[in-house]
Design a protein around this ligand. Sequence first.
Ligand code: ATP
Length: 224
Amino acid sequence: MRIGIIGGTFNPIHYGHLRSTEEVRKALLLDEIRFIPSALPPHKPQDEVAAAADRLEMVRIALEDYPAYVCDPIEVERGGPSYTLDTLEELERRTSAEIDMFFIIGADAFLELSTWHKPQEVLNAVNFAVTLRGDQNTPEYLEALLRVIQEIEPGYCMDKSLKEAEFTDRKRVIKFVPITEVDISATRIRQCIKGSCSINHLLPREVEIFIIRRRLYGHSGIVN
Ligand code: ATP
């Protein structure tokens, strides 16, 4: 069994998350994708973040139509700052040895890895699937990613195909997965709501209805 894990604030979840994970699922032949909303996001300003229970519920609602997708409340239930390493260790305890896990992350976010809590332990705890948008899929960009990786863990070497970096001693791999660029972010959605413009087609309709009903992100409650 091969599982993809995607952590994030999901403030709110949107089609950028859903489309990119679907492309990774197909490229890496994953059996399941596990969405893990964070409790307190350590890298984000706290003022614009919806309550963890609401973000979790929006992920649950969004995944209803995707049979291979699961919403995992592990970080919200643990509470406190959501460190990826704690989550990976807990998942490791819960899962059998035959399961291969891939942590799915955008290349921009991956470039910040050295600022995470215990980055070397994180790199050694799980395989990665790093998504590359069109303009990021170049040898120069991959070189920059490799530099970040090797500064944290020198054991990784780039494969000749430039499709993955491997740390053979630890049996760990970092896959680079080109994806279609979807110009949607949660920031853009929150800004749209503030500016009273429509968020239709940026996220599943049922999630939009939840935002309207709960008046999240300053929504007026009026459907436009
Ligand atoms: P915000 O705009 O609030 O910073 P976000 O839309 O970037 O949020 P996050 O919850 O921070 O969403 O992202 C979780 C993960 O999803 C990260 O790995 C991020 O790189 C990835 N991601 C977010 N938006 C997209 C997108 N449009 N296409 C591909 N991956 C995305």
